[in-house]
Design a protein around this ligand. Structure first.
Ligand code: AKG
Length: 295
């Protein structure tokens, strides 16, 4: 993985529009693909240069669906979803954070986010590092680790719209990952996610703002819209948070495309007026970046 220049350097484009496509996921994969493709087109018409899709958007978020809907990303003929994303990125000349999708690789299933550049090429793939296993009696019980294998790499990708760090949903709860991205010069962390009705209300906005404030960078999340008929009810509320923890834009739980402007100069401004990096007391505590020890 590339080592980012540190301190922060402004990327070529400093102001651009981001779109968060909070789409309604059905059990019909083709319909999901059509819907996503229409939302991407709409985002581009509104001037977006970066489009983010939700966690598990071509497939219902349900353990018995992941294997059925999974595609082999190394065999593009067998991956209608990646073909659509690649074509959309290329034909519109934009960067797409392709939400997350169930991926087959050598008999293993991953919850994977693919990132496409304006040339339509797959720039990176992030496999969810922290699988979501939860058991709150009487409320929610879900065990991603029954079906998925966890990824073992952070993902930083240099794009035309800045240096982007990727996490998937539960990955947002782990501040160490975001701190690593900050250390590597990331401008924005994108978390496709699908929080639920038990943890969403209390935590979804809180963790996004916390990751943004701790690291003085942008955080974007994108969720599927709420579908109360499935076994897992999604919280929704796709959001963009700025580097001082301010909510720039957010949605409700219905299907919608949220568009907002990102201005990276706010990162510099925030870090200048509140220089957390200089104030850090690494003589008392030290963040150990294991990737520096084992590059
Ligand atoms: O961490 C949470 O509370 C929710 C995470 C989640 O829904 C997921 O990772 O899919």
């Amino acid at each position: 993985m590339a080592v980012a220049p540190n301190p922060f350097q402004l990327p070529n484009i400093t102001k651009f529009k981001i779109a968060l496509c909070q789409l309604s996921v059905t059990s019909d994969k083709n319909q999901n693909l059509d819907r996503a493709s229409r939302m991407i087109r709409f985002s581009v018409k509104q001037g977006s240069k970066l489009v983010v899709l939700p966690e598990m958007w071509n497939c219902p978020y349900s353990s018995d669906c992941f294997a059925k809907y999974a595609e082999d990303f190394d065999n593009r003929d067998a991956s209608p979803t990646l073909s659509m994303l690649s074509e959309a990125a290329c034909c519109h000349g934009i960067t797409i954070i392709g939400g997350s999708l169930p991926e087959w690789d050598h008999g293993r299933l991953y919850n994977t986010c693919c990132i496409f550049g304006p040339d339509g090429k797959l720039k990176a793939r992030h496999r969810k590092i922290h699988l979501f296993d939860i058991d709150i009696p009487g409320e929610i019980s879900f065990k991603e680790s029954d079906t998925f294998t966890a990824g073992d790499q952070p993902t930083i990708v240099d794009t035309e719209v800045g240096r982007i760090g990727i996490g998937i949903c539960h990955d947002i709860r782990f501040p160490e990952l975001a701190a690593l991205y900050r250390k590597r010069g990331v401008d924005i962390i994108c978390y496709p996610g699908a929080f639920n009705m038990s943890t969403g209300e209390l935590l979804w906005e809180l963790v996004q703002r916390a990751r943004a404030i701790d690291n003085q960078l942008f955080v974007a999340t994108c969720s599927p819209s709420r579908n109360s008929t499935g076994s897992y009810t999604t919280w929704g509320h796709s959001t963009l948070v700025g580097p001082s923890g301010e909510i720039i834009v957010t949605s409700g739980h219905e299907e919608t495309t949220v568009i907002a402007e990102i201005d990276y100069s706010n990162i510099q401004l925030q870090r200048k007026s509140l220089p957390l990096d200089d104030q850090k007391r690494e003589d008392i505590y030290k963040f150990i970046d294991v990737h520096e020890l084992n590059p």
